[in-house]
Design a protein around this ligand. Structure first.
Ligand code: NAD
Length: 264
């Protein structure tokens, strides 16, 4: 596995702390020999991001707020200057007002609907457009989604609607960029306890439910997601594009409560 990403350079956006899915992906890619650039959002995350970047020997660590076009331009310009070229890109970013990640979807405010779509959906398209310019030798892009895009999940609300749009974006981007041998895929991860997830109402119940009812009878880890990202970002996934790949211990195939699952 060590040589799989040797000589490959990629950008991973969305590092908040060592629980972040971005961190699980970064470790898997670094273990496979990739050279990484990482971004974090604003000063409040710098203190956590710096030691993590140092742990992987990452020198390309940049601040980037995806709602700010200048900030995006600056991050990609920095990479263009240092590397000139990019082989892979990972978008592990999402946000919605946690006040609306509980209660009823129908009560979503216009303001939060727009900002959720901006941060969690449009940012992937705008980053892929910038990454494409640097992927002069083909490339692979991955974003993170959740089963709440396909089925109604408790409290996921506007985020479920945003993830459905994100998954549709993956298919359109795959068609646009495929001619240049750039692949675009999504990983639909099962629930993992992260900073973003802690904003979702009853998240502990959701975790327990998935653990008891998934075919593998467990929750997935950052490492599970990292290994699948490695597959999609490396040559192992060379024929795969436009796909939403479930890394959820099989939960998405289940139709009803497992017969051996206790009541929770
Ligand atoms: P996390 O809190 O560690 O990461 C979310 C990241 O989004 C943070 O680094 C945050 O700074 C960043 N972000 C938010 N707004 C931003 C902005 N305006 N500009 C730049 N960055 C911004 O949580 P996570 O669970 O690792 O989330 C990563 C992705 O995985 C998200 O898209 C999330 O929806 C998705 N996901 C998470 C789970 C889960 O259960 N944790 C399951 C499926 C999908």
């Amino acid at each position: 596995m060590t040589q799989l990403m040797q000589g490959k350079r990629g950008l991973i956006m969305g590092l908040a702390n060592d629980k972040s899915i971005a961190w699980g992906i970064a470790r898997a890619l670094a273990d496979a020999g990739a050279e990484l650039a990482l971004t974090y959002q604003g000063d409040q995350f710098r203190k956590r991001a710096e030691p993590l970047a140092a742990q992987l020997g990452v020198t390309e660590l940049h601040e980037c707020d995806v709602t700010d076009e200048d900030s995006l331009d600056a991050a990609f310009a920095a990479l263009e200057k240092s590397w000139g070229k990019l082989d892979f890109y990972v978008h592990a970013i999402g946000f919605s007002d946690k006040g609306e990640l509980r209660g009823r979807y129908v009560d979503t405010s216009a303001e939060n609907f727009r900002s959720t779509m901006d941060v969690s959906v449009y940012s992937f398209t705008s980053c892929v457009r910038r990454a494409e310019k640097l992927m002069t030798d083909g490339g692979s892009c991955v974003t993170l989604t959740y089963y709440g895009a396909e089925r109604v999940m408790p409290h996921y609300n506007v985020m479920g609607v945003a993830k459905a749009a994100l998954e549709a974006s993956v298919r359109y981007l795959a068609e646009d960029l495929g001619k240049n041998n750039i692949r675009v895929n999504a990983i639909s991860a099962g629930p993992i306890k992260t900073l973003a997830a802690s904003g979702i109402g009853d998240f502990r119940y959701i975790l327990k439910w998935n653990e008891l009812n998934s075919p593998l009878r467990r929750n997935v880890t950052q490492e599970d997601v990292g290994k699948s990202a490695l597959y999609l970002l490396s040559d192992l996934g060379s024929g795969v594009t436009g796909e939403t790949h479930h890394v959820d211990a099989g939960y998405h195939v289940v139709g009803m409560k497992a017969v051996d699952a206790p009541d929770i």
